[in-house]
Design a binder for this molecule. Structure first.
Ligand code: NAP
Length: 297
């Protein structure tokens, strides 16, 4: 049995489809099973929440492999970013050890560091350490920006592009190497039991990056082209964006369209040391360029 957290996210959706097609027995730790859509009848469901460690024990019964994708980029009613990323991963690792699991795959991020200015990056660094220091056979993935057509970020950009001017927080100069969620799912598959790198990936940390280096501004331009829209782009200085988004979060709570913690991440470059080489090795082919996937040329 394989336990998948984050099965309803961009990578999780792509990975779960591959796992069920291959008839791998999967249990999904989810908050709302309806978000699994047609996959929900093909898997075991463990209702749970990263903020509720009691839900981990039941989810892990009889599990050999854990793929831990679930994560939070904003504070939630069930916990802060630090609790849902760092503390929850530590607790999930401990529970997996107690339950007798053997294999643990964890999604960290490029740029994870306890010295980062971004809360998520600091929390991911702590979580990653908990995984590495465990007794489990572990593999860590550190991706650059992951995207999929229709994902929450591209959907937000599409909505904002209805306005006459496209506002982006900060300078938009930070660079990324966007990688498609479908390619990421194939990378993970290669390291799972039965995959080409199932054994050799144990103890490895893979930096997952796509084939192009793009600034945030270039990513937004590319997204606009894929929506068939041309808009002048205006950078909102950090000194304005920060208090404005903090006010929106205070007024709208969990329904805020964006938070400062999310916007700040767009100013932190996510570049792999060796570009797309880890992704290429795992895929056995080139990861797809973002413009091609989005149909933006
Ligand atoms: N996307 C990126 O650009 C990027 C970059 C670097 C690293 N990563 C890492 O890569 C992994 C996969 O990313 P992704 O883009 O597929 O993530 P995603 O689309 O944002 O999905 C997040 C997943 O986590 C689940 N989740 C959130 N809060 C939860 C909670 N309190 N309890 C249980 N589940 C919860 C969500 O479930 P619901 O459906 O219930 O919301 C969803 O399935 C994550 O660990 C992420 O941090 C992503």
């Amino acid at each position: 049995m394989l336990l998948l957290t984050g099965a309803t996210g961009s990578v999780g959706t792509a990975l779960l489809r591959r796992l069920t097609e291959a008839a791998v027995p999967v249990r999904c730790l989810v908050r709302d099973p309806r978000r699994l859509r047609e996959q929900r009848v093909k898997v075991q469901i463990a209702l749970g929440d990263l903020g509720d460690p009691r839900s981990f024990r039941h989810a892990l019964r009889g599990v050999q492999t854990v793929v831990h994708l679930a994560s939070a980029i904003r504070d939630q009613p069930s916990g802060s970013i630090e609790e849902l990323v760092a503390v929850a991963t530590y607790r999930l690792v401990q529970a997996a050890e107690r339950a007798g699991a053997q294999r643990f795959l964890y999604f960290s991020t490029l740029g994870a560091s306890t010295y980062s200015r971004a809360r998520l990056m600091r929390a991911k660094a702590v979580a990653e350490r908990a995984v590495i220091e465990s007794s489990l056979a572990q593999t860590v993935f550190a991706p650059s920006v992951i995207y999929a057509p229709g994902d929450p970020y591209l959907t937000l950009l599409e909505r904002l592009s209805a306005l006459p001017v496209m506002a982006i927080p900060g300078s938009g100069k930070a660079s990324f190497q966007p990688i498609w969620a479908q390619d990421v799912a194939d990378c993970v598959l290669a390291t799972l039991p039965g995959g080409a790198l199932a054994e050799s990936s144990i103890g490895c940390r893979y930096e997952l990056a796509g084939p192009q280096q793009l600034t945030h501004r270039q990513i937004v331009e590319l997204a606009l082209r894929s929506f068939g829209r041309r808009r002048p782009m205006v950078g909102i200085p950090v000194g304005l964006a920060r208090p404005a988004l903090k006010l929106v979060a205070r007024l709208r709570g969990p329904a805020a369209f964006a938070t400062w913690d999310e916007a700040e991440l767009l100013e932190v470059p996510l570049l792999a040391r060796d570009g797309a080489s880890d992704a290429r090795r795992l895929l056995g082919s080139e990861p797809r360029p973002m413009g091609e996937v989005l149909g933006a040329g």
